[in-house]
Design a protein around this ligand. Structure first.
Ligand SMILES: NC(=O)c1ccc[n+]([C@@H]2O[C@H](COP(=O)([O-])OP(=O)(O)OC[C@H]3O[C@@H](n4cnc5c(N)ncnc54)[C@H](O)[C@@H]3O)[C@@H](O)[C@H]2O)c1
Length: 447
């Protein structure tokens, strides 16, 4: 396959991984970002965030990668340009497309044929608006293709190189062919569609995933009050070939840079078109409530939380990333601080980000230091390092040996046998778990 220069706008998780992977496939890639610090770090061969394998990919393909702040450099050398800028939520829940608009504003008046490929997650109808704006500017020769990205942080390189499917939505057959050809070496299943359907495939996929998460979390909550064990229940549900095992892990809810904003954006998109997306609204509400259930579990065992010391273990929104966008730890820390708790936080990679986002939380990269003197240790993110949490050292250091396992990471029986009181999410024996009675606890609970 002839290799062609590729342009990328936006050097975030999606842009940098897309760049590194196309370079791995042999293309020369020019990446533009408006953040000078990101460009400086990438230019020196370093990634500004934690993503397994990205550093190695950048190093191996350094000769084919160029990072710049100058959009002109991208359009000067590449005919196919991927748009990978951020599309966060606005206060109304709609997707904020200002970075996409900026890309269009900064688009030079190219006279040769250029193809803009939208990888950012955008509301259905965005392609149509961009197409109209380009035509109105006399840029009908600039093509437009929707090519949503499905990678997950923590496994982004693997996901890009081994995708379940690649979606290519185009107005013109030849434009779709040009993008589809780039993915041929991956041997991926390529789904060709119109632009609006490609946009909807991305939003609907994320909506379906969060629906599964909120579904199993509600089952977990019912398990807790009826004496069933959600881990066993989920295992058996997942064996049904019609359902499959993925995204059936009960916990304290989803967070991250995509699920919360994309589900809200789809709900808003429907509402703006006059449709109330009832199911998705419930899914979002269930997730908000789920994050707060930890507080009830703490109160159940500790009574009033005022003056207690709680250790939040794992602060990034999921393991293998330092991304804290919409991380459940932020909501939890805020709730606990408001209850008068002394909150401590541990994370193996996200401390720098946590310093920016968790004011009032004492942060440490030492697990033992974090749980020292704590009344409760809460597993917020299932980092593998936490599998050994129920140790003699941790128990000896804590004021009360109490673990709230927000991700069902530990074995309840083993944890109890190690001398801890254990509360998981939707675990049958949670009904029986009790800390030794203390008069202080009872009196404070009445406040
Ligand atoms: N992060 C994920 O896991 C993931 C997965 C699939 C899809 N997506 C979608 O991909 C898009 C990007 O996500 P991300 O996580 O990489 O975002 P990000 O915030 O990490 O990165 C976006 C980058 O775009 C840059 N930028 C803004 N305006 C620009 C411009 N005019 N020109 C060039 N660069 C500009 C920003 O400075 C930033 O570095 C979003 O729409 C997101 O929903 C993200």
């Amino acid at each position: 396959m002839p290799r062609e220069p590729i342009g990328i706008l936006g050097a975030g998780w999606v842009g940098s991984v897309t760049a590194a992977c196309f370079a791995e496939l042999g293309h020369d890639v020019v990446v533009r970002d408006v953040d000078p610090e990101r460009i400086r770090l990438f230019s020196s061969g370093r990634a500004p965030f934690h993503e397994p394998g990205l550093g190695a990919h950048l190093e191996r393909n350094g000769s084919r990668l160029r990072f710049t702040e100058d959009a002109g450099e991208v359009f000067g050398s590449a005919r196919i340009v991927f748009v990978c800028v951020g599309t966060p939520s606005t206060h109304s829940g709609d997707a904020d497309l200002s970075a996409v608009h900026r890309v269009l504003d900064e688009l030079p008046d190219v006279d040769e044929r250029v193809l803009l490929v939208m990888k950012s997650t955008v509301p259905v109808g965005t392609g149509e608006k961009v197409r109209n704006a380009l035509d109105a500017r006399g840029l009908a020769h600039v093509g437009y293709v929707s090519n949503p990205e499905f990678l997950a942080e923590g496994s982004a390189i693997r996901d890009f190189m081994h995708p379940d499917r690649v979606v290519v939505g185009a107005y013109a057959e030849a434009e779709g062919d040009a993008v589809a050809r780039l993915y041929e070496p991956l041997g991926a299943h390529i789904v060709r569609s119109d632009v609006a359907s490609a946009e909807m495939i991305k939003l609907a996929s994320n909506a379906f995933l969060v629906t599964r998460i909120s579904f199993i979390n509600e089952i977990a909550n019912v398990c807790e009050v009826t004496g069933a064990d959600v881990v066993k229940v989920a295992e058996a549900i997942g064996l049904d070939h019609r359902l499959g095992p993925h995204f059936l892990r009960a916990g304290i809810g989803y967070g991250g840079s995509c699920f919360p904003k994309d589900s809200l954006a789809l709900k808003q998109l429907a509402a703006n078109s006059g449709y109330h997306f009832q199911l998705l609204s419930a899914v979002i509400e269930v997730n908000e409530l789920q994050k707060r259930r930890v507080v009830h579990k703490l109160q159940k065992h500790l009574g009033s939380l005022r003056g207690k010391r709680d250790a939040l273990l794992g602060l990034s929104f999921k393991p293998d990333t330092d991304d804290m966008r919409e991380a459940p730890s932020i909501v939890l820390a805020g709730r606990l601080l408001a209850e008068g708790v002394e909150v401590r936080g541990w994370d193996p990679v996200a401390l720098e980000e946590a310093r920016r986002r968790l004011a009032g939380v004492a942060l440490s990269d030492s697990l033992l230091e974090t749980v020292d003197g704590a009344d409760a240790a809460v597993i917020v993110t299932e980092w593998p390092e936490l599998r050994g949490l129920a140790s003699d050292e941790v128990r000896a250091g804590m004021r009360t040996p109490f673990i709230v396992d927000g991700r069902n990471l530990l074995d309840p029986e083993e944890t109890r046998a190690a001398g801890f009181v254990y509360e998981g999410i939707g675990r049958a024996a949670s009904l029986l778990a009790e800390l030794p009675e203390t008069p202080e606890r009872d009196s404070e609970a009445a406040l």
